[in-house]
Design a protein around this ligand. Structure first.
Ligand code: NAD
Ligand code: TYD
Length: 341
């Protein structure tokens, strides 16, 4: 029997990971600990078996609440909980420091206090900064830290704390650094679901700057399988870069979505660039491939098809999410109204 304490499990990637755990382990027990911020969504957890999955609505920055819900026999903590959107971190960094940095330290301390066997930190390629365009350089595990946004800086700080807990206290830790995820249940402040949801409503797709910024895209379940492999087979203290060798310019992503939906490319609208906008992310996943035996299952074509189908079939999920505080956020960020039924 495996006992997992998953933080941020009501968000996009965390909820996909919880589903994967329940599928892969017949006998696992999960405590899903999530504060349900604007990005956390109980609908993401609909239909999960309550005998094996217990949801706790609480904050990772609250040490008493963490300890009260973290059993002595917990095998693994997987820390997804974070403020995760770069644009919001540019608008205001305070909550990023609180959750991403202070919250990670609370979890590390609790892991030691309860004798948790392994701590998995879900990090990001953004801690390594930006790569030059049209270059054959990739991020490796040895790339230096060079975070450029408050979000990336807070995730880099969290990684340093994880490293320190391993080095100083011998806590068994593993860090995964992934690129841009896409797939079902992604909050539509992020580029791909924003573009998809807008195009489905014939709203324009806002593209920052010249649209030539490159991201390395991975289907969310492939990322989750890599985390599972790192959790099971990763070396204590190791970092693994996770990517599907799938670099795309933002403009290409928008065009692929519009073409798949049969919508005109005239929906693309270039808008003011993001401050400090990183040019290119590109991951060398060789270490994860060789040491963990992990490979992505989806191609860009199959992953996009699954994603588009999910958003087509889950209109009420999108409408509900776009109807809440998201409307105010969208108006403030883009200066226009978002269309909702
Ligand atoms: P998300 O914003 O969809 O979900 C974050 C979840 O964390 C939400 O459910 C939210 O309620 C919860 N949360 C936030 N603050 C909390 C707090 N103080 N206490 C408890 N719960 C809290 O994010 P996501 O896209 O699913 O990302 C999950 C993790 O993966 C993050 O750590 C992020 O940095 C990392 N990551 C994301 C991507 C990506 O492309 N989305 C890529 C690489 C790494
Ligand atoms: P995003 O989903 O915010 O992820 P990240 O910045 O963490 O990579 O953005 C992905 C890319 O899309 C990034 O280069 C910024 C760009 N982008 C737009 O062009 N328009 C938008 O409205 C958003 C949200 C992002």
């Amino acid at each position: 029997m495996k006992t997992f304490f998953v933080t941020g499990g009501a968000g996009f990637i965390g909820s996909a990971f919880v589903r994967l755990l329940l599928e892969e382990y017949d006998d696992c027990r999960i405590v899903n600990y999530d504060a349900l911020t604007y990005a956390g969504n109980p609908d993401n957890l609909a239909g999960l078996n309550p005998d094996r999955h217990r949801f706790v609505c609480a904050d990772i920055t609250d040490p008493e609440a963490v300890l009260a819900n973290l059993d002595e026999n917990t095998d693994v903590i997987v820390n997804f909980a974070a403020e995760s959107h770069v644009d919001r971190s540019i608008n205001s960094a305070a909550e990023f420091l609180q959750t991403n940095i202070a919250g990670t330290q609370v979890l590390l301390d609790a892991a030691r206090a309860r004798g948790v066997k392994r701590f998995v930190q879900i990090s990001t390629d953004e801690v390594m900064g930006s790569l030059p365009e049209d270059d054959d350089k990739f991020f490796t595990e040895a790339s230096p830290f060079a975070p450029n946004s408050p979000y990336a800086a807070s995730k880099a700080a969290a990684e340093h704390l994880v490293r320190a807990a391993h080095h100083t206290f011998g806590l068994d830790t593993v860090v995964t650094r992934c690129g841009n995820n896409y797939g079902p249940r992604q909050f539509p402040e992020k580029f791909l679901p924003l573009a998809l949801a807008n195009a489905m409503k014939d709203d324009s797709i806002p593209i920052y700057g010249d649209g030539r910024n490159v991201r390395d895209w991975i289907y969310v379940e492939d990322h989750c399988r890599a985390i599972l492999a790192a959790l099971e087979k990763g070396r204590a203290g190791a970092v693994y870069n996770i990517g599907a060798r799938n670099e795309r310019r933002n403009i290409e992503v928008a065009e692929a979505l519009l073409d798949a939906l049969g919508k005109p490319r005239s929906l693309i609208k270039f808008v003011k660039d993001r401050l400090g906008h990183d040019r290119r992310y590109a991951i060398d996943p060789s270490l994860a491939e060789t040491e963990l035996g992990w490979r992505p299952r989806e191609t860009w074509a199959t992953g996009l098809e699954k994603t588009i189908n999910w958003y087509r079939e889950n209109g009420p999920w999108i409408e509900k999410v776009r109807n809440l505080a998201y409307r105010d956020y969208y108006k403030a960020q883009y200066g226009t109204e978002v269309t909702v039924d």
